[in-house]
Design a protein around this ligand. Structure first.
Ligand code: ADP
Ligand code: TRP
Length: 324
């Protein structure tokens, strides 16, 4: 079974990225042939400063390794080190109906947030399909917001197979973990960089982390009154870091009243701090040894490129070109 996922280097990582994509990918590296990459071609749709792009790629590589990606188990590389993926993007584009891309909500979301409506942004899901299909991937762990892109990938693969031969491209499945499909942000909406509601997993200092968590939006129920734990963002976030007994305890305490939201936020803060402490330490070690991180990415590119070449040649021949 080949497991594949990618993540854009678009700044700092938040808890939503961690539980939606990273942690499931890290768990899955023990269950098959794991392939994970940094989607820097995709990042060009929004990052236009070369120095920033380079910096973001480097930081994401460090973050992912610090969080537990094990280069002995998973192949890890930079998307742009395997340029065959852009060739496959073109070949897929020629079977992709405009309507399929016009229905994608991410394009509409991004342009309504002020991103320039470039062809790259519009064609983003075709590049994503190529990322997945060029490695004959079976399983793709992602958060719920990527569900539509996975459906588009399956559609494109099926269209390609209809035209050029059944079984030519492997049809992949999304793996979306229900419990963590959408992690809420400070304001209760989906946690996202774009909403200014994210808690970064590596906030610069403990103080900054506490300050963020204190910003969690709650209602004005007085301290002594009972509180409703259902869909409360403190409880929803606590659930990611605590056992079910501990969550039940917090919920009971909400219902009983007598404790203010500030105290629950403090409890959440301590959990998050302790959870990421070992990763933070590992992150510092990795940041001090960039050559090691670069080596992993280069080694990963070599390995993944072997597979990419095999698939691109299979596809070139199928469409009537010669293998290279
Ligand atoms: P953002 O919304 O902050 O821009 P991205 O779109 O770059 O995040 O998402 C990167 C990965 O993290 C994707 O796999 C996505 O599904 C996952 N992800 C992002 N936000 C969340 C969230 N709030 N809950 C669960 N998964 C998320
Ligand atoms: N679009 C994904 C995101 O925003 C990143 C991505 C690019 C990806 N290519 C992929 C995810 C292939 C899974 C598989 O998070």
């Amino acid at each position: 079974m080949r497991i594949l996922s990618g993540i854009q280097p678009s700044g700092r990582l938040h808890i939503g990225n961690y539980f939606g994509m990273m942690e499931p990918s890290i768990q899955l590296q023990n269950e098959g042939d794991a392939f994970y990459f940094i989607a820097d071609y995709h990042a060009l749709t929004s990052t236009h400063d070369p120095a920033v792009l380079r910096e973001n790629v480097r930081n994401l590589a460090i973050d992912f390794l610090a969080c537990g990606l094990d280069p002995e188990k998973a192949v890890f590389w930079r998307q742009s080190d395997v340029p065959e993926v852009t060739e496959l993007t073109w070949l897929l584009s020629c079977v992709t109906p405009m309507g399929l891309l016009e229905r994608c909500v991410s394009y509409k979301d991004k342009t309504s947030q002020g991103f320039s409506p470039s062809h790259g942004l519009f064609a983003y899901p075709v590049l994503q399909a190529a990322d997945i299909l060029i490695f004959d991937s079976n399983v793709v762990p992602v958060g719920r917001d990527q569900k539509q892109h996975l459906e588009v990938t399956r559609d494109i693969a099926q269209k390609f197979n209809d035209r050029y031969g059944e079984g030519l491209l492997v049809i992949p499945d999304a793996r979306i973990r229900e419990e963590t499909a959408t992690v809420p942000g400070l304001d209760g909406r989906k946690m996202s960089k774009s909403y200014d509601n994210a808690i970064d997993i590596f906030e610069p200092t403990e103080k900054a982390l506490r300050k963020k968590i204190m910003r969690l939006v709650t209602d004005s129920t007085p301290v002594e009154e009972p509180k409703d734990p259902t869909n409360n963002p403190i409880v929803l976030l606590y659930r990611l870091f605590a056992s079910s007994d501990e969550v039940a305890e917090m919920e009971a305490s909400f219902r009983a009243g007598g404790v203010g939201y500030g105290a629950y936020k403090e409890q959440l803060f301590q959990r998050i701090r302790d959870y990421y402490a070992p990763m933070r330490e590992r992150r510092e070690q990795l940041a001090a040894d960039i050559a090691y991180v670069e080596d992993i990415l280069e080694e990963g590119a070599k390995k993944s490129r072997v597979k990419a070449r095999e698939v691109i040649n299979r596809v070139r021949e199928a469409v009537g070109m010669r293998a290279m």
